[in-house]
Design a protein around this ligand. Structure first.
Ligand code: DXP
Ligand SMILES: NCC(=O)COP(=O)(O)O
Length: 257
């Protein structure tokens, strides 16, 4: 247990506990318990606990969401597809935040942002239902001006920019994808949105994203759970938060990319 808990207006860390459930489900045991991971993460500096209830329940189960909601001291950010089943479930649970994400059964992991232009009416109805229950809605979208403008028009107060292409990019593409996210975040803020980011971030590539002053929160899961295998969950969360805060303050704590 440490007293180091960097917080404040610098940058928030949402710890995604999906892959604690992946490990649990590998053998159908009750351990490792995602709830225990969430509580440790909160003690270690997480500002938000994020979990993705996928339609195929490949990791997080409905019971995980039900059990977690009353136990969290920070905020629950429930990621869900734009389906009536998921929206109804989210309204029953009442998390502080719901992040609407795209899903394809065959995908290994989330492959891109939600196309809020193409699915405008469905997203609009979901936002209306969720906001009617006092839930803050975030839209998980690509760093594309048309998508960001549509998100603002839809009345979602928050967007989360998909950083998957940045995470997979190399060389000149990496600089291009970082610029896309920087410009997208700046544009989102100019449209009155709270701008978050996430997907595929790890202890090295997170620094350039955390340094972007228009981004208020990063949601990170896979890399933290992977590091926790060797360093322990508390240390994995604490190190990520420290690297993010340092990057925002212009200090490189992590390995250089
Ligand atoms: C929306 C998002 O980026 C995360 O929830 C990600 O989907 C992690 O879960 P998977 O690894 O199952 O895609
Ligand atoms: N929305 C991104 C998220 O919750 C975590 O994604 P990842 O770090 O597991 O790729």
């Amino acid at each position: 247990m440490s007293f180091l808990h960097p917080s404040g207006p610098v940058i928030d860390l949402g710890v995604n506990i999906d892959h604690v459930a992946t490990l649990r489900n590998a053998r159908g045991t009750t351990y490792p318990d995602p709830l225990r991971a969430a509580l440790i993460a909160e003690q270690a500096g997480a500002d938000v606990i994020t979990l993705h209830l996928r339609e195929d329940r490949r990791h997080i189960k409905d019971a995980d969401v039900v059990n977690l909601r009353p136990q969290l001291m920070t905020r629950m950010n429930l990621e869900a597809a734009v389906t009536q089943e998921m929206i109804d479930f989210a309204c029953k649970i009442g998390p502080q935040d719901v992040c609407l994400v795209p899903e394809r059964r065959e995908e290994v992991t989330t492959e891109g942002g939600l196309d809020v232009v193409r699915y405008y009416k469905q997203v609009e109805a979901a936002i209306r239902q969720l906001q009617g229950e006092g839930i803050r809605v975030s839209l998980f979208i690509d760093a594309d001006e048309q998508q960001i403008a549509a998100a603002a028009e839809l009345g979602a107060p928050v967007i989360e920019l998909h950083t998957g292409r940045y995470a997979e990019a190399e060389g000149a593409d990496l600089a291009h994808e970082l610029e896309r996210i920087r410009a997208g975040a700046r544009f989102g803020v100019s449209r009155g949105l709270k701008v978050n980011a996430g997907h595929g971030l790890h202890y090295t590539n997170v620094q350039a994203i955390a340094a972007l002053e228009d981004i208020g929160e990063l949601n990170i899961g896979h890399a933290i759970v992977a590091h926790a295998v060797f360093a322990g969950f508390e240390n994995a969360v604490r190190e990520m938060k420290a690297i993010m805060v340092a990057a925002r303050l212009g200090v490189t704590l992590g390995r250089r990319a």
